[in-house]
Ligand binder design. Structure first.
Ligand code: IPM
Ligand code: MN
Length: 358
């Protein structure tokens, strides 16, 4: 039987976004050619490129294309011309935050995986990194990012509010517990319950939910302590669950210990539609040079096949092909300064490998 067509919104964004997304599409097209699955791609603007064209980092045509899609592939956003300018009226990042809220992308899932062949690029000793394999579930549409905020000219003061509702905490917690059940049955809630009221609410709710997942062992860790343990004992973690701001910080920390920022994919899960993007940013210095590492984007497309379309077999084929590329030294300059290949070459190599394995 023919699989239904899958409509994919392609939000390439800024910097190296378009280049790495092209490589992911290349691989999805190979799967299309060799199977009865069809992917339809619809391009839309977001971030700085959308501000240039529409004066809006998340314009209406982009909203429409996202709403009509089954999943979203996202490259990167950000442009140096908006950085370090506190007076900028519109920022590319506003588009990202609005999109998360608009599409209800409430759970950001970031797997932290260590590749054998990259272990020596890590800032950590390989003995510490050994067996590290965890995943962070970061709440993405609540907390201090989206609470009431303001600036008062008279008193020269500013405020940001952190607020969480029971429902917001529950829905991501269930996802995280379910994932723990599929993995090593261990969940760590990262919070600051010794200081923050919202953290105490998280603890209370997570503790109640834990009775529904009898096999999962739950631990509670203050975020400052968690920040240390990610460096000193990263292999102790299985599933980390945390709120928006803490998640932002510890996922950046966690991503660098693998020694390969260019390798890490992520998923932002929504009620209806989910979005898949690499963890790395727009890397403007590399834009247009055909040197960016496409692997995190390709692995994000792989997560899409698994999580949005239930095509785990194909997702595993992509993951294997990426590992094979690494093992064969087919890598970009971020991974090997002395012997490296272009973005397009690495993408071609991986797509040939996928073709063989299909
Ligand atoms: C991320 C980014 C964003 C965030 C920025 C660009 C608004 O750092 O996706 O982690 O803070 O969430
Ligand atoms: Mn971040």
């Amino acid at each position: 039987m023919r699989q239904a067509d899958k409509n994919i919104a392609v939000l390439s964004g800024d910097g190296i976004g378009p280049e790495v997304i092209n490589e992911a599409i290349k691989i999805l097209n190979v799967i299309s050619e060799k199977t009865d699955i069809r992917f339809n791609f619809d391009n839309a603007f977001i971030g700085a490129s959308a501000i240039d064209k529409f004066d809006n980092p998340f314009p209406d045509p982009t909203k429409d294309i996202c709403n009509n899609s089954d999943a979203i592939l996202f490259g990167a956003i950000g442009d140096p011309k908006y950085d370090n300018n506190p007076k900028a009226k519109i920022r590319p990042e506003d588009g990202l935050l609005e999109m998360r809220k608009y599409l209800g992308l409430y759970a950001n899932v970031r797997p932290i995986k260590v590749y054998e062949s990259l272990i020596n690029s890590s800032p950590l000793k390989s003995s510490i990194l050994d067996k590290t394999d965890f995943v962070v579930f970061r709440e993405l549409t609540g907390g201090i990012y989206f609470g009431e905020k303001g600036f008062d000219n008279k008193t020269n003061s500013a405020f940001d509010t952190c607020r969480y509702t029971k429902d917001e905490i529950e829905r991501i917690s269930h996802l995280a517990f379910k994932e723990a059940e599929k993995r090593r049955n261990q969940l760590t809630l990262v919070d600051k319950a010794n200081v923050l009221e919202t953290s105490r609410l998280w603890r209370d709710i997570v503790q109640k939910i834990s009775y529904e997942y009898k096999n999962v062992d739950v631990q509670y860790l203050f975020v400052d302590n968690a920040a240390m343990k990610i460096i000193t004992n990263p292999s102790d973690f299985d599933v980390i669950l945390t709120e928006n701001m803490f998640g932002d910080i510890i996922t950046d920390e966690a991503s660098v210990i693998t020694g390969s920022l260019g390798m890490l994919p992520s998923a932002s899960i929504g009620d209806k539609i989910s979005l898949f993007e690499p963890i790395h940013g727009s890397y403007p210095q590399a834009a247009g040079k055909n040197i960016a590492n496409p692997m995190a984007m390709i692995l994000s497309a792989s997560m899409m096949l698994d999580l949005s379309f239930g095509l785990k077999t194909y997702s595993e084929i992509i993951d294997k092909s990426v590992s094979d590329a690494l093992d064969n030294g087919v890598v970009t300059e971020d991974i090997n300064k002395d012997k490296n290949y272009s973005t397009t070459y690495v993408g071609d190599w991986i797509s040939e490998r996928v073709k063989k394995l299909l």
